[in-house]
Design a protein around this ligand. Structure first.
Ligand SMILES: NC(=O)c1ccc[n+]([C@@H]2O[C@H](COP(=O)([O-])OP(=O)(O)OC[C@H]3O[C@@H](n4cnc5c(N)ncnc54)[C@H](OP(=O)(O)O)[C@@H]3O)[C@@H](O)[C@H]2O)c1
Length: 359
């Protein structure tokens, strides 16, 4: 694989910092451009991040002398020096939409963590193990944008990653409905215990917009490509409640499911254990060998113990048992800034590279 020159837009943020760590030694991707707001522009990366650096490990050496550019004012310069960009910015939705489309129109593929384009019909919203085939919509998007090379591909919301990968292999049993309650880490709001002291000894029962995303995004992911657009599925029906809990990293989901053809417990565990998606088959650099890992122990998965399974890219699950209202219930867990954000986007970019969309 050739080495791609990569820009990170929003490099100073919580997700951006994760990109910096994941890409420091990536075999295919070489970060050559860092960009953020005008507030950070002109500063070196360490100066721009300042005390917002959220990790125990230091900022990788290679970024120490890199100067942060302004994602908007320096767009032409950035577009000229990269093969594609990752984008994770905290801006008004309409502005993000315009920013991502402007980069795509400058022939720069955009791999986005933002929600702005998730429901643009010709923009694929990808969990690489679940719906890699939706990339086939990209030629239609390029046609609409008038580009040869540029396009936008997005990843879904972080909350979904703790249950959609687990529900997906169960669709063959006629999965009808799922009720989900998510227990979401504070890094999902770009926060640490220092910047979100109100979460200590507390649970906050509201995350703006999250329940709608948790119910609606899965239907686009399970949708089908028709006439250059992705048409959302109408089932399985999902209802969700999303809570913020005092956990640094790792979103947990308590899930209840009903089926048309109720499988046995062994059939469910075997469907999870044997499930492989495109990243495993293509042996992408960030793909976990075991995507879905089932724990027999009653007290697993736990955020603190299990979020780093598969370098934070696996989804773990446990406590599968029959239920007297639904057919089964279980508990899932995924790392929200790795699988759920930067790691999921890097895996998506690897999939795009392997399928030739970045050439
Ligand atoms: N945290 C998660 O787990 C997670 C998961 C999935 C998706 N996301 C999504 O990822 C995005 C970023 O989230 P985050 O948690 O990393 O946010 P964050 O920590 O607040 O970081 C925001 C980033 O956006 C940049 N930015 C703000 N205004 C800008 C502008 N006008 N032009 C260019 N850059 C600008 C900031 O640069 P400055 O430092 O210069 O202000 C910073 O780099 C959001 O859309 C979020 O919904 C987050």
């Amino acid at each position: 694989m050739k080495k791609f020159q990569v820009g990170v837009i929003g490099a100073t943020g919580m997700v951006g910092q994760r990109f910096m760590l994941l890409l420091a030694d990536h075999p295919w991707f070489n970060v050559t451009v860092l960009a953020a707001s005008a507030r950070s522009a002109g500063k070196t990366y360490p100066q721009a991040v300042g005390d917002k650096w959220a990790f125990d490990c230091p900022i990788p050496e290679k970024y120490h002398t890199m100067t942060v550019l302004d994602a908007e004012a320096d767009m032409d310069k950035i577009a000229d020096s990269v093969d594609f960009v990752f984008c994770a910015v905290n801006m008004d939705k309409a502005k993000i939409k315009a920013l991502e489309e402007a980069y795509a129109k400058k022939e720069v593929p955009v791999v986005s963590n933002n929600s702005a384009h998730r429901f643009t019909a010709d923009v694929p919203m990808i969990i690489p193990e679940v719906n890699a085939e939706h990339l086939s919509v990209i030629p239609a998007q390029r046609k609409r944008l008038g580009t040869k090379h540029g396009f936008i591909a997005v990843k879904s919301n972080c909350s979904l990653q703790s249950y959609i990968p687990l529900l997906h292999p169960l669709k063959s049993f006629g999965l009808k409905e799922a009720a989900v309650c998510t227990y979401q880490a504070i890094s999902g709001a770009g926060k640490t215990f220092t910047t979100m002291p109100e979460i200590l000894d507390n649970i906050i029962p509201y995350i703006g917009g999250e329940e709608e995303k948790s119910e609606k995004e899965p239907l686009k992911i399970w949708g089908s490509v028709k006439n250059g657009e992705i048409v959302s599925a109408s089932t399985p029906v999902i209802t969700a409640q999303c809570l913020r809990v005092p956990v640094s990293d790792g979103h947990t989901a308590a899930v209840f499911v009903t089926f048309e053809k109720k499988p046995t417990k062994e059939e469910i565990i075997s469907a999870w254990a044997n499930f492989k998606g495109a990243p495993q088959l293509l042996q992408l650099p960030s793909a976990p060998a075991q995507f879905l890992k089932y724990f027999e122990e009653d007290n697993r998965p736990q955020a603190k113990l299990d979020r780093m399974e598969g370098n934070g890219m696996s989804v773990t699950v446990g406590r599968l048992r029959e239920d007297h209202l639904f057919d089964y219930k279980f508990v899932g867990l995924s790392h929200n800034t790795l699988r759920g954000a930067a790691g999921g986007a890097v895996l998506l970019a690897e999939l795009l590279a392997a399928k030739g969309y970045l050439d």
